[in-house]
Write a protein that binds this ligand. Structure first.
Ligand code: ZN
Length: 464
């Protein structure tokens, strides 16, 4: 067994920062302490460096087939990008099947896409579409067999959406079976109406994308979901990619009313980017995603909620890259035809550290909580993932907290041809990333191997 000892690191957990050593034995952390002596281990001096748990991204879309295009990162390039950016575990959201098939159909498809390709460990969220009673039973059976303990529902996206009747039934089923329901919250009727009206008026530039999906359409759906979850017996729901201050008000109402079993996710882009990205008719295509980027005041409100605590649980990415040179151009003359999504899995830790911790908006332990520990807890991976603890997987990131760099697609590993954060100056640089005890990235070079990533059968959520 290979042994590695990381000495004198500033170890960051969700609750504290302390200086110490971490001994890795094979794939796991054996012990943590001061002055650990282990002469047969490889020694790494991490003085002045941060040591974090490998980050967990519970919202990615590798190899996503949206019908008109396929996300340009597959499970290999996407997880290479992830690991170079300090993320050692992903939980990927499956694509719709685009036909009426059993829920197992996409599970098999995703094993075909990911197994033997991923370089980080990975799990899947199941996807719900065209629901019926058989599929309610199937959710439970697959959860048991495959460890897929979360099932995503969409409150928008036409024929694939889950309407209120089925959302209520799904939530009740989840409550009985101990499953979590991540939900994309936007009011479909509002979005479809506005899109049609902008189309009819010839308002087809990217700047009409955010206007067609207003913050209120998200807030209404967040509120409706939370009410449905409460009516289903305080069922475990999880709001994905919350983007707006108005939605936070609905979350706050439910929290204050004592609703307990729900989680809230935001994403890097809703913290660090604004709707100014749509001003340019061409470049604006890069930021077409749903929900759209919001105003500066929304970013501030989300940062404030993260700093205060008790409102938002996780920061993910919704990584769903399409090339600007080709795929995004489908929307050149009509924003409605642009495949929705942007890259983010490689950028997240660097941007959240720099914009959040280095700028004093959140603390280091808070960052670890939102990027590592809470996502692992909510999706049944803790304490194997998301923690620096004896017995946890040796998924670790060593970071220089003070180094400066400029983010540029030229230095990145995604198969995508752009980053939304091009040219921003970042504080902090990731030096080494370990996945289960193996060095997988060093100084922005991938050093792992295709297929090293293991499928994660996930357990019970902390929301239950
Ligand atoms: Zn998504």
């Amino acid at each position: 067994m290979n042994k590695i000892i990381i000495k004198n690191a500033n170890i960051v957990t969700e609750s504290e920062v302390f200086t110490g050593d971490v001994l890795i034995n094979g794939e796991v952390i054996e012990c943590i302490g001061r002055n650990i002596d282990c002469p047969d281990a490889e020694q790494i001096d991490a003085s002045g460096r941060l040591l974090l748990p490998g980050a967990v991204d519970v919202h990615t879309h590798m190899d996503l087939d949206v019908g008109i295009a396929r996300a340009c990162d597959d499970f290999y390039s996407g997880t290479v990008a992830a690991v170079c950016g300090g993320t050692t575990t992903i939980v990927d959201h499956m694509a719709f099947a685009h036909e009426d098939v059993s829920l197992m159909h996409q599970v098999e498809e995703y094993h075909r896409l990911a197994d033997g390709n991923a370089v980080t460990d990975y799990g899947f969220h199941g996807v719900l579409q065209l629901m019926n009673d058989d599929k309610l039973a199937e959710m439970r059976a697959i959860a048991e067999r495959e460890g897929i303990t979360s099932w995503k529902a969409y409150m928008t996206y036409g024929a694939n959406m889950t309407d209120d009747e089925w959302l209520f039934k799904v939530l009740r089923n989840a409550n009985e079976a101990g499953l979590v329901i991540p939900v994309h919250c936007e009011n479909d009727a509002v979005v479809e109406t506005l899109k049609a009206e902008f189309g009819a008026a010839g308002k087809l530039q990217p700047r009409f994308h955010p206007l067609s999906r207003p913050a209120g359409a998200e807030a209404e759906a967040v509120s409706r979901l939370l009410h449905l979850a409460r009516l289903a017996g305080d069922a475990p729901a999880y709001i994905v990619h919350l983007s707006a201050a108005e939605s936070l008000k609905e979350v706050s109402k439910a929290r204050h009313a004592g609703q307990k079993h729900f989680g809230v996710e935001t994403c890097t882009q809703y913290l660090a980017l604004t709707d100014a990205a749509y001003d340019d008719d061409s470049e604006g295509l890069k930021a077409i995603m749903s929900p759209p980027l919001r105003r500066d005041s929304d970013c501030s409100a989300i940062w404030a909620a993260l700093a205060k605590g008790g409102m938002i649980d996780t920061i993910a990415t919704d990584h769903c890259p399409f090339t600007f040179g080709e795929q995004k151009q489908l929307g050149r003359s009509d924003f409605r035809k642009c495949p929705n999504g942007a890259p983010g899995v490689e950028e997240r830790l660097g941007v959240v550290y720099s914009e959040g911790v280095a700028k004093g908006r959140i603390s280091l332990p808070q960052m670890v909580k939102y990027l590592c520990t809470e996502p692992a807890r909510i999706f049944g991976l803790y304490p194997k993932k998301g923690a620096v603890l004896p017995g946890s997987d040796a998924d670790l990131v060593i970071m220089d907290p003070d180094a400066k760099r400029i983010m540029s697609i030229k230095d990145m590993h995604t198969a995508c041809d752009y980053t939304c954060y091009e040219g921003i100056e970042l504080t902090g640089r990731i030096e080494k990333v370990f996945v289960r005890g193996r060095l997988a990235a060093e100084n922005n070079e991938f050093t792992g191997s295709r297929g090293y990533g293991q499928y994660l059968r996930r357990g019970v959520s902390s929301l239950i």
